[in-house]
Design a protein around this ligand. Sequence first.
Ligand code: ADP
Length: 630
Amino acid sequence: MSGRKSRASVKLRAAWAPWLGLGLLLACVLPGSADAAQRSARGELKRVLVLHSFGREFRPWSEYARSIKAGLEQQSTWPLDIQEHTLLSARFNNRGPEAPFVAYLHSLYEGAPPDIVLAIGAPAARFAQRYRATLFPDTPMVLTVVEDRLVDRADLTDNDVVVSAHLDFMAVFNTILRVLPDTKTVAIVIGASPLEKFWTDALKRELKPLENRVDLVWYSDLSFEEMLARAAKLPPHAVLFWGLMSVDAAGIVYEGDIALRSLRAVANAPIFSYQDPFFGDGTVGGPMQLTADTSRKTVDAVMRILGGEKPSAIKFEPIDFGRPKYDWRELQRWGISESNLPPGSEILFREPTVWERYRWQMLLITAIILVQSGLISGLLHERRRRVVAEIESRKRLTELAHITRYSAVGELTTSIAHELNQPLGSILTNTETAELMLQGNSPDIKEIRLILADIRRDDQRASEVIRRLRSVLKKTPFEIKEIELNETVREAIGLVRAVAGARRITLTFTPVLADLRVRGDPIQLQQVVLNLIINAMDAISDANTGKREISVWTVRTDGKAEVNVVDTGPGVTPADLTGLFDPFFTTKPQGMGMGLAIAKTIVEAHQGTISATNQQGGGARFTIRLPLRG
Ligand code: ADP
């Protein structure tokens, strides 16, 4: 049996498959048809007739209607057909012709009445009650957004539910005077339609006790244009009370929020209102009729009636004002202190402080700044330590360089003494000669003058030797200044020229024919050159019978100043070339091995380099390179 059944269902599936496919396709392409399918699944369609008082876009009713419709859509378990009609006659200052509208509704709903009638606002409620017998004799009605005083209780039937509100104007005005105690004038903005006239009269009656306290100015007989002009020139300590503005005394109709926006734009005083739908659009706030309260009860009544409950069983107390609420922006604008607000007030539209708005960003930035400051201070500390260490090492270098200069000069003592002796000996001989000539009868003055000139030249020569010695032996701190490198090299050569001569070595200096401006310490750079020449002289041993030459020359290459010291000695063995500049590297029995190490340190402190190579034809070549200035 099960086999047969399954075969049959396979056949069925095969027969319906194309239709099912088409159905699915239509459901995808036409969402309405899917919607309808869903609705019919939910149950029978309910028709709700909504009657508006002034129009669909008249505040405050429009906002109540919007909220109620949204609530119905949300809560209804049935598909809803909401049909809306507007009672234009409420706009006319004299009751307009209602008969055509009644006839229209009659023809629409005769024989097919709606499931429920929802009248929004007092004019709609009045109309619905007046024509109930003709139009919807058996249809349940919910009269909502209507003030308790405007409910026509005598005409209510068992089929009606009232969702009314109770407006306590005295409470509203007392709160205004509490919030702004210096208030002297209250200008009341209200229109001239029958409904608005009703409220003007009611307000005048109820506010009578306040007449001694404040000046109440009534705008109800003015055109809205005139109201705007007055609102712009209110005396100090005045406020505006926004009642209603649907139709002004000139018969001009104001829909939506146009009127309130225009008033706010020109008014020189704060605007107070008791209606939720105007809150957030320029009114300060206060105790007010909350849209949500009325809407919730209305939706509840409609749902219960549609669900089958008897309207007579549904009773609501008039809705009172909700908790006072205020617009923070308006409080700021008019300088109203929060401490003046009634206890329990709610403040809305508060603009978040910069801190509230950018909390995370600010925290992040602060954290980054803190981390960065930490890093910077760490780096600064590190840099300071480095600078201190650098200064310290430079001091040590200067001291060490000074010591090695002493030892270098020590090596030169004999020849220096010889160099000094020569001019001194000449001076002595020349002086003796001059004395002898002066003893004669007719001394040759011309000759004596020449001798004196010789004496002066020799003296200068000796002084120069001493000057150079003193300058190279001076203990000075490392001091960088702009120098001419050819000059520095020449000074160093001047110190060793005589020594070279004594050792039968030809020392030549060929400076480049251009200025070699570098930044450096002249004494220390002289020491480097001196050291290289002394090493070169040491390399050319006494036994060396070949060429005995040391050539020093300078050149400019690639933005560098170059000093070369080349000798005709044996050169450096390839194995030694690598360790030549290491401290304590020496191949001499009495050597210290510090000369080249110090030379390297000095040159590097000048951002330069020093290198050693062997010449092709024999002998070593030392090259110093220093950055040129400019
Ligand atoms: P020291 O002169 O006390 O030995 P230096 O640091 O001045 O110390 O020199 C280190 C070594 O480098 C020398 O012992 C020598 O072997 C080698 N040297 C330096 N200059 C030359 C040169 N012009 N020719 C050959 N060898 C050299």
